[in-house]
Design a binder for this molecule. Structure first.
Ligand code: SF4
Length: 376
């Protein structure tokens, strides 16, 4: 008898943006002539290289970069090509979109028509001054209009990304953002803290207008509380959703389930194997064109590191870790194995263990480094 296929997530990295935002550290750049074709050929080659009949992909996520630069016809062509190499049975298909990309109503409807179920829109803020500081080339009103047109196009879910810890942000600017979120009515919101990455143009902005960690954390928690009062419940450190609208694809990362990433800089986890692709389009595509492996780094985790990693990822979830299920999957009794660590963290109010569920209290998630360090 054939065993049931293992369910996995498939991530496709689109490494192109119309222009580079000054704070962005993702593998993305404006495409040069021929780059789209190079990328497309590379994705097909990599899919053939990673073809595994025992794995069935049930979620698909086009991230970037700006995947919304792709025409719907290109997306359906690419999915058809992937389907010849990988076993696809897609229940959730997310496309990241930029509200400045000049997308018309017909394109929005055609994305829904080629199977996109979730549109994830990189709004960052609904405050014009904050958008200007971030160097985004649209106004809050443009983002609102994009979201209402996307809603009419018929996606099953609409998500937005927001940012906290931006120079110049204030309670008033954050309140404006929350008011606009209420008007837009997204099903899912991700909130990220702005990172200061060495060597990026934004380093100079932050040097002139530093944001201290406490102020950034307080801005984050202000947004988190506001989203909660709008019915968007936190389910992971940075993610909020209306009930039933959690991102299935991203849940795989936190639940220790397998995922395959195709494209420059994409990461993968299959079984105990983890790897990350070369970040540059040229290095990644040339490796694939010459039959070489496009990975920049990879590791096969021993069982101990594998389950420790799964604990750290699982504790990011508000629901925490079901220890009985964890023992079934990894053969480890976490309560017994980490009895001393759990007792210490519990006495400091940093963790709870009730009804067989180990979790970090929601108001301590953002300062969870000490908890995570105990299990690494
Ligand atoms: S649009 Fe997104 S991926 Fe592209 S440069 Fe800006 S932040 Fe980076």
């Amino acid at each position: 008898m054939r065993s049931a296929p293992e369910k996995a997530g498939l991530y496709i990295h689109v490494p192109f943006c119309r222009r580079k935002c000054p704070y962005c550290h993702f593998a993305s750049a404006p495409p040069r002539e021929g780059d789209w074709e190079t990328w497309r050929e590379g994705i097909e080659r990599e899919a053939a290289l990673r073809s595994r009949p025992e794995i069935e992909f049930e979620t698909l996520y086009f991230g970037g970069g700006t995947p919304s630069l792709l025409d719907p016809a290109d997306i359906s062509g690419l999915i058809a090509a992937l389907g010849r190499r990988l076993r696809l049975r897609i229940a959730e298909f997310t496309l990241e979109a930029n509200p400045a990309a000049g997308t018309d109503d017909a394109t929005l409807a055609r994305w829904a028509g080629v199977g996109v179920t979730r549109l994830s829109v990189g709004v960052q803020s609904f405050d014009d001054a904050t958008l200007a500081v971030l160097g985004r080339d649209y106004a809050a009103a443009d983002a609102l209009s994009f979201l209402s047109r996307a809603r009419r196009a018929g996606f099953e879910a609409i998500g937005i990304d927001l940012m906290a810890g931006v120079p110049g942000e204030s309670r008033a600017s954050l309140r404006r953002t929350l008011e606009a979120v209420e008007r837009a009515g997204p099903d899912h919101v991700s909130v990220y803290l702005l990172e200061n990455v060495e060597g990026l143009p934004f380093e100079a902005v932050l040097a002139e207008n530093p944001v201290d960690d406490d102020a950034a954390a307080s801005a984050f928690e202000y947004l988190a509380a506001g989203l909660g009062s709008l019915g968007l419940a936190r389910y992971e450190i940075s993610n909020f959703a209306r009930p039933g609208f959690e991102c299935r694809h991203n849940l795989k990362y936190w639940r220790g389930e397998p995922f395959l990433g195709l494209g420059p800089s994409a990461g993968s986890r299959i079984g105990a194997e983890r790897w990350t692709n070369a970040a540059g389009l040229a290095a990644w595509s040339q490796a694939l064109a010459t039959g070489a492996d496009p990975r920049a780094e990879g590791v096969v985790l021993d069982p101990e590191r594998n389950f420790r990693e799964a604990i750290v990822a699982g504790l990011r979830l508000v629901a925490g870790i079901d220890l009985a299920e964890f023992q079934r999957r990894f053969g480890v009794d976490v309560g017994a194995r980490f009895e001393r660590e759990i007792a210490e963290l519990w006495s400091d109010g940093l963790i709870t263990l009730e009804g067989g569920i180990l979790r970090i209290p929601e108001d301590r998630l953002l300062v969870s480094n000490r908890v995570m360090a105990a299990f690494v």
